[in-house]
Write a protein that binds this ligand. Sequence first.
Ligand code: PBG
Length: 330
Amino acid sequence: MSIIPTHRPRRNRKSQVIRDLVQETNLSVHDFIYPLFVIDGQNKEIEVKSMPGIHRYSPDRLIDEIGRCVELGIKSFAPFPGLEDAVKDRLARESANPNGLYLRTVADIKRQFPEVVLMTDVAMDPYSSDGHDGVVDAESGEILNDATLEVLGQMALAQARAGADVIAPSDMMDGRVAWIREVLDKNGFSSVSIMSYTAKYASAFYGPFRDALDSAPKKGDKKTYQMNPANRREALRELVLDEQEGADMVMVKPALSYLDIIREVRNNTTLPVTAYNVSGEYAMVKAAAQQGWVDGEKTMMEVLLSIKRAGADAILTYFAKEAAEVLRRG
Ligand code: PBG
């Protein structure tokens, strides 16, 4: 046996031009969906402590921020509301209030930027005095699935009326995609899409998001509705159901510890697959970069590329703006 290698994969890496030529996955600004936090008031821009570089904006400032993003080529946004306790209640009634902060803001964004795609969040937690994604039974503490569907349907309808392009249920109640689809269709919103949080895990990586919205559960955890991080087949079961129920896009969340799930879902559906690069994943990179322990920019781009390589068509990410700047620089 010769000691001289016959096969030399390094030949395909010998220059930047060749590396670019054989590159299998590319990131584009079109892949990004930018999550945004809106709070009441005027002229407010408050950084989320656990998410350096990410702010909670009053509607006026949010519009400015969206303008800067659009300028960079980001055209899809996923707003979330940060609400005062005073408007929260057991049934999340504020979520269907067309004059409430969230729906006013959604309508305003669409007025100012008709071309952007707005993906609105359907789940009770930002509006719930219990901090859960579903209705909590006052006595047993159980999260009531079917009672929640009623609330989610009204929330989705109100969002469609406010101008949402895509309804994104993040609650993990059973049957909610079919329920929302029917409510939308019956009310003349058959062209409003549904992007389902198909495989959403009960993850520790949501901590900074719950800080940002002050939406942590008051009691207990979300394990009776969000998925067990140990499970892979269960994601495929959720996928089958969401397809049958009429989802237009499916999502895996979080992304980084779930790249295998993204791949699994990719290999088992013809629908577009999105992945949510969540708050804790963002915070980890930022924290390590601030310590000088990793190169923040390179790590960010590698994270995003890996999510795409795993099979995601689009990525919800707090890095969207920064990554768009990097892509623009080339
Ligand atoms: C809840 C919701 C959560 C996130 C998006 N929607 C948190 C949770 O399930 O408690 C988290 C997103 C992130 O961490 O970036 N409906």
